[in-house]
Design a protein around this ligand. Sequence first.
Ligand SMILES: Nc1ncnc2c1ncn2[C@@H]1O[C@H](COP(=O)(O)OP(=O)(O)OP(=O)(O)O)[C@@H](O)[C@H]1O
Ligand SMILES: [Mg+2]
Length: 232
Amino acid sequence: MSAERAGREQRRLVEARDVRREYRLKGDLIEAVRGISLEVSAGDFLAIVGPSGSGKSTLLHLLGAVDSPTSGAIYLDGSDVTVMTDAERARFRLEHVGLVFQRFHLLPMLTALENVELPMAEAGLARKEREQRAKALLTRVGLGERLRHRPGEISGGQRQRVAVARALANRPALLLADEPTGELDQSTSAEMLELFQSLNEDGTAIVVATHDLQLAEGARRQMTLVDGKIRE
Ligand SMILES: Nc1ncnc2c1ncn2[C@@H]1O[C@H](COP(=O)(O)OP(=O)(O)OP(=O)(O)O)[C@@H](O)[C@H]1O
Ligand SMILES: [Mg+2]
Protein backbone atom coordinates (compact mmCIF):
# COMPACT_ATOMS: atom_id res chain seq x y z
CA MET A 1 0.00 0.00 0.00
CA SER A 2 1.41 3.42 -0.90
CA ALA A 3 1.98 6.01 1.83
CA GLU A 4 -0.65 8.23 0.22
CA ARG A 5 -3.16 5.44 0.25
CA ALA A 6 -2.37 4.58 3.88
CA GLY A 7 -2.82 8.24 4.83
CA ARG A 8 -6.13 8.40 3.05
CA GLU A 9 -7.43 5.33 4.77
CA GLN A 10 -6.70 6.76 8.18
CA ARG A 11 -8.49 10.02 7.55
CA ARG A 12 -11.78 9.93 9.40
CA LEU A 13 -14.48 11.36 7.19
CA VAL A 14 -17.50 10.65 9.36
CA GLU A 15 -17.79 10.33 13.08
CA ALA A 16 -21.28 10.05 14.54
CA ARG A 17 -21.67 9.98 18.30
CA ASP A 18 -24.86 8.77 19.93
CA VAL A 19 -27.01 10.29 17.24
CA ARG A 20 -30.77 10.41 17.68
CA ARG A 21 -33.48 11.66 15.38
CA GLU A 22 -37.06 11.93 16.54
CA TYR A 23 -40.02 13.06 14.53
CA ARG A 24 -43.13 14.47 16.13
CA LEU A 25 -46.18 13.87 14.07
CA LYS A 26 -49.60 14.92 15.39
CA GLY A 27 -48.64 14.19 18.97
CA ASP A 28 -46.90 10.91 18.12
CA LEU A 29 -43.22 10.58 18.83
CA ILE A 30 -41.35 8.55 16.24
CA GLU A 31 -37.82 7.55 17.17
CA ALA A 32 -36.35 6.95 13.73
CA VAL A 33 -32.70 6.82 14.85
CA ARG A 34 -32.06 5.81 18.45
CA GLY A 35 -28.48 6.37 19.52
CA ILE A 36 -26.15 5.46 16.67
CA SER A 37 -22.38 5.85 16.79
CA LEU A 38 -20.26 5.01 13.79
CA GLU A 39 -17.15 5.99 11.90
CA VAL A 40 -16.34 6.05 8.24
CA SER A 41 -12.75 6.46 7.10
CA ALA A 42 -11.37 7.47 3.75
CA GLY A 43 -11.29 4.40 1.52
CA ASP A 44 -14.24 2.78 3.28
CA PHE A 45 -17.31 1.35 1.55
CA LEU A 46 -20.13 0.73 4.01
CA ALA A 47 -23.52 -0.77 3.21
CA ILE A 48 -26.33 -0.04 5.65
CA VAL A 49 -29.03 -2.69 5.46
CA GLY A 50 -32.13 -3.44 7.49
CA PRO A 51 -35.89 -3.66 7.17
CA SER A 52 -38.06 -0.94 5.69
CA GLY A 53 -38.59 1.76 8.31
CA SER A 54 -35.47 0.83 10.32
CA GLY A 55 -33.98 4.32 9.89
CA LYS A 56 -31.55 3.91 6.99
CA SER A 57 -32.63 6.97 5.00
CA THR A 58 -32.93 9.06 8.15
CA LEU A 59 -29.38 8.11 9.16
CA LEU A 60 -28.02 8.78 5.69
CA HIS A 61 -29.59 12.24 5.64
CA LEU A 62 -28.01 12.97 9.00
CA LEU A 63 -24.60 11.75 7.82
CA GLY A 64 -24.94 13.93 4.73
CA ALA A 65 -25.82 17.02 6.79
CA VAL A 66 -29.13 17.31 4.95
CA ASP A 67 -30.97 16.89 8.22
CA SER A 68 -29.97 17.63 11.83
CA PRO A 69 -30.17 15.16 14.70
CA THR A 70 -32.37 15.71 17.74
CA SER A 71 -29.25 15.00 19.81
CA GLY A 72 -25.73 13.71 19.35
CA ALA A 73 -22.79 14.96 17.32
CA ILE A 74 -21.80 14.39 13.72
CA TYR A 75 -18.31 15.29 12.55
CA LEU A 76 -17.70 15.38 8.83
CA ASP A 77 -14.05 15.60 7.94
CA GLY A 78 -13.43 16.93 11.46
CA SER A 79 -16.15 19.62 11.51
CA ASP A 80 -19.20 19.31 13.73
CA VAL A 81 -22.05 19.84 11.28
CA THR A 82 -24.69 19.86 14.01
CA VAL A 83 -23.60 23.31 15.22
CA MET A 84 -23.63 24.91 11.77
CA THR A 85 -26.34 27.23 10.46
CA ASP A 86 -28.39 25.99 7.50
CA ALA A 87 -26.35 28.15 5.13
CA GLU A 88 -23.06 26.89 6.53
CA ARG A 89 -24.26 23.32 6.23
CA ALA A 90 -25.34 23.82 2.63
CA ARG A 91 -21.94 25.21 1.74
CA PHE A 92 -20.18 22.44 3.60
CA ARG A 93 -22.26 19.80 1.82
CA LEU A 94 -21.50 21.25 -1.56
CA GLU A 95 -17.78 20.84 -1.00
CA HIS A 96 -17.55 17.68 1.05
CA VAL A 97 -20.42 15.30 0.37
CA GLY A 98 -22.01 13.78 -2.70
CA LEU A 99 -25.59 12.68 -2.21
CA VAL A 100 -27.76 10.33 -4.24
CA PHE A 101 -31.29 10.35 -2.87
CA GLN A 102 -33.85 7.58 -2.91
CA ARG A 103 -35.69 9.70 -5.49
CA PHE A 104 -33.23 11.21 -7.88
CA HIS A 105 -34.11 14.91 -7.55
CA LEU A 106 -32.84 15.71 -11.03
CA LEU A 107 -34.16 18.91 -12.54
CA PRO A 108 -36.48 17.88 -15.38
CA MET A 109 -35.89 20.95 -17.55
CA LEU A 110 -32.11 20.56 -17.55
CA THR A 111 -30.15 18.12 -19.69
CA ALA A 112 -28.01 15.42 -18.09
CA LEU A 113 -24.96 17.61 -18.69
CA GLU A 114 -26.61 20.67 -17.10
CA ASN A 115 -27.80 18.65 -14.12
CA VAL A 116 -24.25 17.48 -13.43
CA GLU A 117 -22.87 20.99 -13.98
CA LEU A 118 -25.23 22.60 -11.51
CA PRO A 119 -23.37 21.86 -8.25
CA MET A 120 -20.15 22.99 -9.93
CA ALA A 121 -21.81 26.27 -10.89
CA GLU A 122 -22.94 26.67 -7.29
CA ALA A 123 -19.35 26.09 -6.17
CA GLY A 124 -18.19 28.80 -8.59
CA LEU A 125 -16.36 26.69 -11.17
CA ALA A 126 -15.74 28.30 -14.55
CA ARG A 127 -18.05 27.29 -17.37
CA LYS A 128 -15.50 25.51 -19.53
CA GLU A 129 -14.14 23.47 -16.66
CA ARG A 130 -17.66 22.61 -15.58
CA GLU A 131 -18.61 21.31 -18.94
CA GLN A 132 -15.43 19.28 -19.33
CA ARG A 133 -15.78 17.73 -15.94
CA ALA A 134 -19.50 16.99 -16.35
CA LYS A 135 -18.80 15.28 -19.67
CA ALA A 136 -16.02 13.22 -18.12
CA LEU A 137 -18.27 12.19 -15.22
CA LEU A 138 -21.19 11.24 -17.45
CA THR A 139 -18.83 9.27 -19.67
CA ARG A 140 -17.50 7.51 -16.59
CA VAL A 141 -21.00 6.38 -15.62
CA GLY A 142 -21.62 5.20 -19.18
CA LEU A 143 -23.73 8.11 -20.41
CA GLY A 144 -21.34 9.80 -22.80
CA GLU A 145 -23.98 9.39 -25.51
CA ARG A 146 -26.79 10.97 -23.50
CA LEU A 147 -25.33 14.34 -22.52
CA ARG A 148 -28.11 16.43 -24.05
CA HIS A 149 -31.01 14.26 -22.94
CA ARG A 150 -33.35 15.48 -20.22
CA PRO A 151 -34.32 13.19 -17.32
CA GLY A 152 -37.64 12.41 -19.05
CA GLU A 153 -35.74 11.23 -22.12
CA ILE A 154 -33.61 8.53 -20.49
CA SER A 155 -34.35 5.34 -18.58
CA GLY A 156 -34.68 5.04 -14.79
CA GLY A 157 -31.29 3.39 -14.49
CA GLN A 158 -29.72 6.11 -16.59
CA ARG A 159 -31.35 8.76 -14.40
CA GLN A 160 -29.84 7.05 -11.39
CA ARG A 161 -26.44 7.21 -13.02
CA VAL A 162 -26.87 10.92 -13.80
CA ALA A 163 -27.63 11.38 -10.10
CA VAL A 164 -24.37 9.59 -9.21
CA ALA A 165 -22.41 11.73 -11.69
CA ARG A 166 -23.99 14.84 -10.21
CA ALA A 167 -23.11 13.72 -6.69
CA LEU A 168 -19.47 13.45 -7.77
CA ALA A 169 -19.42 16.90 -9.36
CA ASN A 170 -17.35 18.67 -6.73
CA ARG A 171 -15.03 15.72 -6.04
CA PRO A 172 -16.42 14.85 -2.62
CA ALA A 173 -14.34 12.57 -0.41
CA LEU A 174 -17.61 10.97 0.70
CA LEU A 175 -20.45 9.66 -1.45
CA LEU A 176 -23.77 8.80 0.23
CA ALA A 177 -26.37 6.92 -1.76
CA ASP A 178 -29.87 5.91 -0.71
CA GLU A 179 -31.12 2.81 -2.56
CA PRO A 180 -29.01 3.56 -5.62
CA THR A 181 -30.17 0.34 -7.29
CA GLY A 182 -33.76 0.56 -6.03
CA GLU A 183 -35.28 0.78 -9.48
CA LEU A 184 -32.72 -1.13 -11.49
CA ASP A 185 -32.76 -4.65 -12.89
CA GLN A 186 -30.09 -7.10 -11.79
CA SER A 187 -27.57 -6.45 -14.53
CA THR A 188 -27.87 -2.66 -14.26
CA SER A 189 -27.54 -3.03 -10.48
CA ALA A 190 -24.36 -5.03 -10.99
CA GLU A 191 -23.03 -2.19 -13.16
CA MET A 192 -23.83 0.30 -10.42
CA LEU A 193 -21.93 -1.85 -7.93
CA GLU A 194 -18.95 -1.96 -10.30
CA LEU A 195 -19.09 1.80 -10.64
CA PHE A 196 -19.11 2.22 -6.86
CA GLN A 197 -16.26 -0.24 -6.45
CA SER A 198 -14.16 1.58 -9.00
CA LEU A 199 -14.91 4.97 -7.39
CA ASN A 200 -13.99 3.43 -4.05
CA GLU A 201 -10.73 2.05 -5.49
CA ASP A 202 -9.95 5.59 -6.61
CA GLY A 203 -10.34 6.80 -3.04
CA THR A 204 -13.97 7.92 -2.64
CA ALA A 205 -15.49 6.69 0.62
CA ILE A 206 -19.01 5.37 0.04
CA VAL A 207 -21.99 4.74 2.28
CA VAL A 208 -25.08 3.17 0.72
CA ALA A 209 -28.42 2.34 2.28
CA THR A 210 -29.83 -0.62 0.43
CA HIS A 211 -32.10 -3.64 0.28
CA ASP A 212 -30.01 -5.02 -2.56
CA LEU A 213 -27.99 -7.93 -1.14
CA GLN A 214 -25.73 -8.08 -4.16
CA LEU A 215 -24.78 -4.44 -3.61
CA ALA A 216 -24.38 -4.90 0.16
CA GLU A 217 -22.13 -7.90 -0.33
CA GLY A 218 -19.98 -5.93 -2.76
CA ALA A 219 -19.26 -3.29 -0.10
CA ARG A 220 -16.24 -3.57 2.20
CA ARG A 221 -18.45 -3.87 5.26
CA GLN A 222 -22.09 -4.00 6.27
CA MET A 223 -24.10 -2.64 9.14
CA THR A 224 -27.63 -3.71 9.95
CA LEU A 225 -30.17 -1.31 11.40
CA VAL A 226 -33.15 -2.59 13.32
CA ASP A 227 -35.60 -0.16 14.87
CA GLY A 228 -33.25 2.78 14.61
CA LYS A 229 -30.29 1.00 16.20
CA ILE A 230 -27.24 -0.87 14.97
CA ARG A 231 -27.72 -4.60 15.43
CA GLU A 232 -24.56 -5.90 17.10
N1 LIG B 1 -40.46 13.14 7.89
C1 LIG B 1 -40.87 12.17 8.72
N2 LIG B 1 -41.81 12.39 9.65
C2 LIG B 1 -42.20 11.43 10.50
N3 LIG B 1 -41.73 10.17 10.50
C3 LIG B 1 -40.81 9.87 9.58
C4 LIG B 1 -40.33 10.84 8.64
N4 LIG B 1 -39.41 10.25 7.85
C5 LIG B 1 -39.31 8.98 8.28
N5 LIG B 1 -40.15 8.74 9.31
C6 LIG B 1 -40.29 7.47 10.07
O1 LIG B 1 -39.02 7.16 10.59
C7 LIG B 1 -38.75 5.76 10.48
C8 LIG B 1 -37.49 5.51 9.68
O2 LIG B 1 -37.73 5.89 8.32
P1 LIG B 1 -36.62 5.77 7.20
O3 LIG B 1 -37.12 6.44 5.99
O4 LIG B 1 -35.33 6.23 7.76
O5 LIG B 1 -36.56 4.17 7.00
P2 LIG B 1 -35.73 3.31 5.94
O6 LIG B 1 -34.95 2.31 6.72
O7 LIG B 1 -35.00 4.19 5.01
O8 LIG B 1 -36.89 2.53 5.16
P3 LIG B 1 -36.96 2.06 3.60
O9 LIG B 1 -36.11 0.80 3.55
O10 LIG B 1 -38.39 1.77 3.42
O11 LIG B 1 -36.45 3.15 2.73
C9 LIG B 1 -40.00 5.16 9.87
O12 LIG B 1 -40.79 4.65 10.91
C10 LIG B 1 -40.68 6.33 9.20
O13 LIG B 1 -42.06 6.14 9.13
MG1 LIG C 1 -35.17 4.59 2.98
